[in-house]
Design a protein around this ligand. Structure first.
Ligand code: CP3
Length: 382
């Protein structure tokens, strides 16, 4: 362990491993009943409690960088994969086990509830997602279908139940949804965007339509997330991936009340990670909107960001995903820098500042996880 980390580890408990790696490969027979995840480093870190080593998981940890995932995708389309509970659960559990990360995230996509709203969704090869009937007018909002979660998104809930039963009982399962702003941006732009000009134009020129849309999205998202909690996830991540395109005042007026409503309407006791990019200018406001953990992108310094949001909230992040394309020595050095900025304070969850890129070598990802465990205090016999 590096010297500065030893000094900084005053907040940690004695190195009593809460997670025995040798048990990782053994699937829990009665995982959900035994609920060993309650004492996991991930859940404790979400609650700012001291842990014996820094937990790590990675956004998009199940994805194209993984040969086994590509193998499955050669036979099954992405939407079909999301809608096949057994396969989605398999991919979820496989990623956690192959990488040795401290949490699993259910394999799904933030756009699935939009498809359920009847706008038409396709993931076109190379072009990202396409929404066939984007929202531009109040009449488009009125036309959005009411979503019965069990009927339209039951496959996600089923995948959660299966994944939970197959995961090691010590490993928490994270559920997720897009935050209202990011979902609205896909609905309005009709897909991925660069400047979010259509989204912001609607916000500025037709605020009533904007507010009506956000109310619809809050309703679907809260019911969807509460259903995921009921199905068996132990934590929630709310992805406001593109919210950093907004000015502070616009975030306050057009987004904050809705994100806050989602977070406060979720069943209590399940930690919420509130994530966005590039959000250096919005961190205090995101904190106000809520979340037990604030997700940080790589553009900000973790130490400064944490000081700004306050040490009574946990933080997640924030290695640049592109670092994983570099050689192992660079990966380790950069991971050490992130850990150094966290100073071993209770409440740091190591992650990337955004998702793993598809062209990342698998071995580099695995090396990162091992390095974080080593540098972040996991004893070698654990
Ligand atoms: O993190 C995980 O491992 C869980 C699965 C997960 C996926 N998408 C699988 C996926 C999660 C948490 C998401 C969230 C998601 N989806 C976000 C928020 C996170 C972020 O990146 O900001 C967003 C914006 C989306 C929307 C989305 N889905 C886009 C823009 C794309 C196409 C671009 C791309 O990366 O290919 C997707 C497709 C998608 N979602 C893939 C995966 C593994 C790739 C699909 C494939 O296999 O071809």
């Amino acid at each position: 362990m590096l010297g500065w980390l030893t000094v900084a580890c005053w907040t940690r408990k004695l190195p009593e491993p809460e997670f025995d790696k040798s048990k990782n490969a053994t699937k829990a027979v009665s995982g959900s009943q035994r609920a060993l995840w309650r004492d996991s480093v991930f859940i404790k870190a979400c609650k700012c409690q001291p842990v014996s080593y820094t937990p790590v998981w990675l956004m998009r940890q199940a994805g194209r960088f993984m040969p086994e995932y590509r193998h499955i995708r050669a036979k099954v389309g992405f939407l079909e994969l999301c809608k096949s509970p057994d396969l989605a659960a398999e991919v979820t559990v496989m990623a956690q086990e192959k990488l040795g990360v401290d949490a699993a995230i259910i394999f799904a996509d933030i756009l699935l509830p939009l498809e359920a709203m009847g706008v038409g969704l396709e993931y076109a090869k190379g072009d990202g997602p396409v929404i066939f009937n984007p929202v531009h007018l109040p009449a488009d909002v009125a036309r959005l279908a009411h979503v019965e979660i069990e009927d339209s998104l039951g496959f996600v809930l089923k995948a959660i139940t299966i994944a939970r039963s197959q995961l090691n009982a010590r490993i928490p399962l994270i559920g997720f949804a897009g935050a209202p702003f990011t979902l609205a941006s896909y609905l309005i732009e009709g897909g991925s965007a660069r400047h979010f000009d259509k989204t912001k134009s609607l916000m500025y020129t037709n605020p009533e339509c904007w507010h009506a849309l956000m109310e619809r999205l809050v309703d679907v998202t809260t019911r969807y997330l509460n259903a995921q909690i009921a199905a068996g996830v132990q934590a929630i991540q709310l992805f406001d991936s593109w919210v950093g395109c907004l000015a502070q005042e616009d975030y306050k007026e057009f987004v904050l009340p809705y994100t806050k409503q989602v977070i406060t309407t979720l069943n209590q006791g399940v930690p919420v990670i509130h994530f966005g990019t590039p959000t250096a200018h919005l961190l205090e406001l995101m904190r106000q909107a809520g979340g037990d953990v604030i997700g940080l992108d790589w553009r900000c310094n973790l130490d400064e960001a944490w000081r700004r949001v306050g040490y009574d909230v946990a933080v997640q992040g924030n290695l640049d995903p592109v670092v994983l394309l570099a050689e192992p020595a660079v990966i380790k050095k950069q991971a050490a820098r992130v850990l150094q900025q966290a100073q071993g304070r209770p409440g740091h969850i190591f992650n990337l500042g955004h998702g793993v890129l598809p062209n990342t070598p698998f071995d580099h990802v695995r090396f990162l996880v091992e390095s974080v465990h080593e540098l972040g205090g996991q004893s070698s016999d654990a």
